[in-house]
Design a binder for this molecule. Sequence first.
Ligand SMILES: C=C(O[C@@H]1C=C(C(=O)O)C=C[C@H]1O)C(=O)O
Length: 362
Amino acid sequence: MAEDRLKDLRSELDVINLELLQLLSKRADVVQRIGHLKQTRGVAIFDPEREKQQLDRLVEENPGPFPDSTIRHLFKQIFQASQGLQEEQRKLLVSRQRNHEDTVVTVRGIKIGGGVPIVVGGPCSVETDDQMEKIGQEMQVQGIQLVRGGAFKPRTSPYDFQGLGEKGLRMLRDTARKYGFATVSEIVNPADVEMAIQYVDMIQVGARNMQNFELLKAVGNTRVPVLLKRGLSATIEELIYAAEYIAARGNEQIVLCERGIRTYEKATRNTLDISAVPILKQETHLPVLVDVTHSTGRKDIMLPVAKAALAVGADGIMVEVHPEPQVALSDAKQQLNFAEFDHFMESLRSSGMIPALVTTHG
Ligand SMILES: C=C(O[C@@H]1C=C(C(=O)O)C=C[C@H]1O)C(=O)O
């Protein structure tokens, strides 16, 4: 008989537990809505004044048998868990805390961030069919799978070569099809994104557009991989927030690129912030590349800089290559010619920093 009574009471508790659970979840839902409002208003999560108000009211209404101290303790636990929910909400999508696993970005089957470093090569600008034909051959010889080539060039001077636009993207695509590689090219105007993804496999948001928020939103609306370069004077935090703009629109296929920042130093075109690489790898789950061309602006130190980048954990490097750099329409001084590029690649391979060339016979 007593046995049955115990069973009944326990069944009663089971029902109450479920009701409590429902109420806790309902409460948590409201907490998250409050959390969202706090985020948009930039308000602190923890609000001790509000917690005190609630505890005072609860103690006042406490019907017993729990003593007031127990009620305070139990509700404080609930408040803490609620705070935890709001903090969880606030973690950036790109942050390592949100996602502990490394994101691997796949561009036409080529993996960036999967543990095997890649080299992205190609000319600063797409210029002529002849130039692209030569590039195609050289990239194939060197086993480059992801080729860059600019068609929309944000140049410092409005009188400098501005790129071939859509025609340039078409030339890049045609070369890529012929030689079997994937492509990345910079887009500067949000209105061009839809057109560009008909041609390119990865969209680059260049340094000068890192905080072009409309462009970030536009590429975020696509599901095409994005190469996001650090702005000329952008902090690491600003770069991370720029990536968050893209991720917030649902596109987490983002590769970050350190390309040097403005400092007082004149020996290099920009100052490569080498420590940004491990910091970005630690703070975010995104792959990180280093652009050794724009960061240094000089060919003579590109190789040791590339080695340094890979040594600190970069998922790859980006380098500009041109069949005839001296007559290039942009970045004439810093692009490698083919002999220099061959030497550069060979040195990286022989040091074991990038995989050996797989040659196909027959
Ligand atoms: C839900 C809020 O955020 C936190 C959690 C609280 C709660 O769970 O009741 C109260 C205050 C804050 O510390 C809020 O500010 O209202």
